[in-house]
Design a protein around this ligand. Structure first.
Ligand SMILES: Nc1ncnc2c1ncn2[C@@H]1O[C@H](COP(=O)(O)OP(=O)(O)OP(=O)(O)O)[C@@H](O)[C@H]1O
Ligand SMILES: [Mg+2]
Length: 407
């Protein structure tokens, strides 16, 4: 099978994995590459030429590593341009009840797509959550059940058209056809949470540089998708301000000595790395970690408030699963446990063929895309979810909403 590039255009890093995958089998990873991101803010491209240069550098590094060029890509999308809501669709089956097939379920889901979304936005995923038969009987999976009318509640995720267009343009400018666009936190959630966690109820938190992606699962499917506009960059900014060091020094201190809980850190003084002769006095590691803790607490508080602002109010016994660069911060899982009063763990990132230790949490989205490749359309309920797929001809975007057909 042809090789393709899995792409994560983040606010701090643009990363690419060259992979190939036969349907149903494990994807093979041929190369990886990354470059510091430019022209990307909170997941949105704000400077196309700058983002293009970063993407070109990441892609070139991955292609060099793989020893081949690629012509196709699958792209993760996230950040502030994403909105999601619960939407209902329906299908009349006939006066007499008929047994519901996958095609019927797909048509009910597609009625949500057909009803359209807000002007200036486009659906990227429409995921069925539950069905009603004849306006009354609530079921998770209606296949094979007789009914005259089928209603569906979906979790519909859309992106701002302009942001989507810019992301596509950026990738196409590198000579790549975009095969599919996947919500970054959905790709990560499907790969990094266990089916049991998704079923019982859990939150995927993608701790990025400029934003924190949130995906709440309940009963096996996404119920809330949102993004909070703060992340690791604000943590670094606080360190710089409170400890009076440069941003570069602050980032190095965070990565080398940072922890998310200050009280467990022994009192000791740290030499601050030199940064263009900005010499500073040694600083207290505990103070460093207290600054980090305060901002991480605020990020988690904002996540809780944002979830509370939706009408979702179900228990989440499987707790929090952390990914994204910020998940590499020691004790961040402990802080999440304390703040949310729920279990919390940092997701293990495993790439086929790579040692687990070689992979950092910032690769969580790409691990998600690889998993997505392997599984094709995820079995989000009765395998009837609609996902935006993009056709191949260069320069001409043939878009289709492709719920899986078949009985
Ligand atoms: N070991 C670490 N400890 C603390 N923070 C870390 C560590 N490693 C990376 N980070 C932070 O993670 C952030 C980058 O994460 P990631 O690569 O997931 O972001 P991104 O995808 O580029 O951004 P976004 O998702 O917001 O667009 C940076 O703020 C960086 O400082
Ligand atoms: Mg990211």
């Amino acid at each position: 099978m042809a090789r393709l590039a899995c792409l994560d255009i983040g606010s701090s890093t643009i990363a690419a994995v060259i992979a190939s995958c036969e349907p149903g089998s494990r994807p093979a990873v041929h190369g990886t590459g990354w470059a510091p991101a430019a022209g990307v803010e909170r997941g949105n491209i704000v400077d196309l030429p700058a983002a293009g240069r970063s993407l070109a550098a990441a892609l070139e590094a991955a292609e060099r590593d793989a020893g081949c060029r690629v012509g196709q890509a699958i792209l993760a999308l996230g950040g502030q341009s994403i909105q999601a809501s619960q939407r209902r669709g329906q299908l009349t089956l006939g006066r007499e009840p008929v047994r519901i097939t996958r095609k019927h379920a797909s048509r009910a889901v597609n009625s949500v797509v057909a009803a359209g979304t807000e002007p200036g936005t486009e659906f990227i995923h429409v995921i069925p959550r539950r069905f009603w038969l004849d306006g009354q009987h609530l079921v998770r999976n209606p296949l094979g059940m007789p009914a005259s009318r089928l209603e569906v509640e979906t979790h519909a995720i859309s992106a701002e058209s302009a942001a989507l267009r810019n992301a596509l343009r950026c990738v196409q400018d590198q000579g790549l056809d975009v095969r599919e666009v996947v919500l970054a936190s959905l790709a990560a959630g499907e790969a990094l949470l266990t089916p049991q966690e998704r079923e019982a109820g859990a939150i995927l938190l993608d701790l990025g540089a400029a934003s924190t992606g949130v995906l709440v699962y309940s009963q096996g499917t996404p119920a809330v998708t949102l993004s909070v506009p703060i992340g690791g960059r604000q943590v670094t900014g606080d360190i710089a301000m409170v400890l009076r060091v440069s941003l570069r020094q602050a980032e190095r201190l965070k990565l080398s000595f940072g922890r998310a809980i200050g009280s467990v850190v022994p009192e000791r003084m740290l030499e601050v790395p030199d940064d263009e002769a900005i010499g500073v006095d040694p600083i207290s590691q505990r103070l460093l970690c207290e600054v980090i803790e305060a901002r991480c607490e605020e990020i988690f508080e904002q996540v809780m408030q944002a979830i509370a602002g939706t009408d979702f109010a179900e228990p989440l016994p499987s707790g929090i699963v952390l990914t994204g660069g910020g998940a590499a911060l020691p004790d961040i899982d402990g802080l999440a446990r304390r703040m949310f009063a729920l279990p919390a763990r940092t997701a293990a990132i495993r790439f086929p063929g790579a040692a687990a230790s070689a992979m950092a949490p910032s690769w969580g989205t790409l691990a998600g895309l690889l998993h997505w490749l392997q599984r094709g359309q995820p079995d989000l309920l009765p395998e009837a979810g609609a996902t935006r797929r993009l056709g191949s001809p260069v320069g001409r975007l043939m878009r289709q909403l492709l719920p899986l057909g078949g009985e």
